[in-house]
Ligand binder design. Sequence first.
Ligand SMILES: Cc1cc2nc3c(=O)[nH]c(=O)nc-3n(C[C@H](O)[C@H](O)[C@H](O)COP(=O)(O)OP(=O)(O)OC[C@H]3O[C@@H](n4cnc5c(N)ncnc54)[C@H](O)[C@@H]3O)c2cc1C
Length: 305
Amino acid sequence: MLKEMKTSLEGIDIRFNEPLKKYTYTKVGGPADFLAFPRNRYELARIVKFANKHDLPWMVLGNASNLIVRDGGIRGFVIMFDKLNSVTVDGYVIEAEAGSNLIETTKVAQYHSLTGFEFACGIPGSIGGAVFMNAGAYGGEISHILISAQVLTRDGEIKTVEARDMRFGYRRSAFQDNKEVVISAKFSLKPGDYTVISQEMQRLNHLRALKQPLEHPSCGSVFKRPMGHFAGQLIMEANLMGHRIGGVEVSKKHAGFMVNIDNGSAKNYEDLIADVIRRVKENSGVTLEPEVRIIGEKEIQAEDA
Ligand SMILES: Cc1cc2nc3c(=O)[nH]c(=O)nc-3n(C[C@H](O)[C@H](O)[C@H](O)COP(=O)(O)OP(=O)(O)OC[C@H]3O[C@@H](n4cnc5c(N)ncnc54)[C@H](O)[C@@H]3O)c2cc1C
């Protein structure tokens, strides 16, 4: 199969047994069997068709800023869109490929004096990951400005999906259920004033730097906001700031974040998440639900083998 892969996927940047901790924001995660970086959608379609033909699992990662890859890594293909990153502006519409950096895309909007994207100026995801997660901050979210997206079906076909058909909710989209892949997205913005847009982006980034532990690896807010509460507040009230398992601790700056301060592992993250959920439930009766996505295989421990 490896020989056939080399022939069928010749020319595509594929790395074998590649440690994903090199790419994740948390700096944890075992290896991907095959980590692929398609240069365009035709290379992407070739990878997907090859994987489907050989019954190999495949999945996509964006900037890996909202996930924990387990220490055993990911079997099959992991596809990253770093090379699919063009951004074009047509009037008040911005179209960005899935691998475009979300923060950089907000800067393109700023440069063209287009308003509506400021809320995302500090969210360190990719366009694809942001649509998938319906990323949001400071009252804005992707679904408010998205017009449509081009997506790749699990069979390798490309189609356009309108935003109204994406069943958006709080950090939810239809892509979390149907596993279709966002290839590019179109956003509708409004004409604005360059100085006002820039000041708003500066203000939001200043707020973020004040509150968030941006100096350490993390995956952003670990938990969704529970109805009627704030996850960070509940964690603080349970006296869990600074609570640590292995190299991962509940941030002392923002209780909703867990930071990898000393070579932590995915297992440390998972154990800490489970412990925080248990203790918050005991303290407040509220069950926290992770926002961060936990994927991949658990590492087999010697005693389990
Ligand atoms: C310091 C910090 C601050 C953050 N602040 C915020 C915030 O304010 N608001 C917020 O909403 N989030 C925030 N996040 C979380 C994260 O940045 C967002 O959820 C972001 O949208 C995730 O994008 P990503 O490309 O990194 O996705 P990844 O983490 O790579 O992937 C997340 C999920 O999306 C899927 N996915 C990725 N790309 C695609 C694609 N092209 N098509 C289909 N599925 C795809 C993946 O398979 C995975 O299941 C923060 C994270 C950090 C580390």
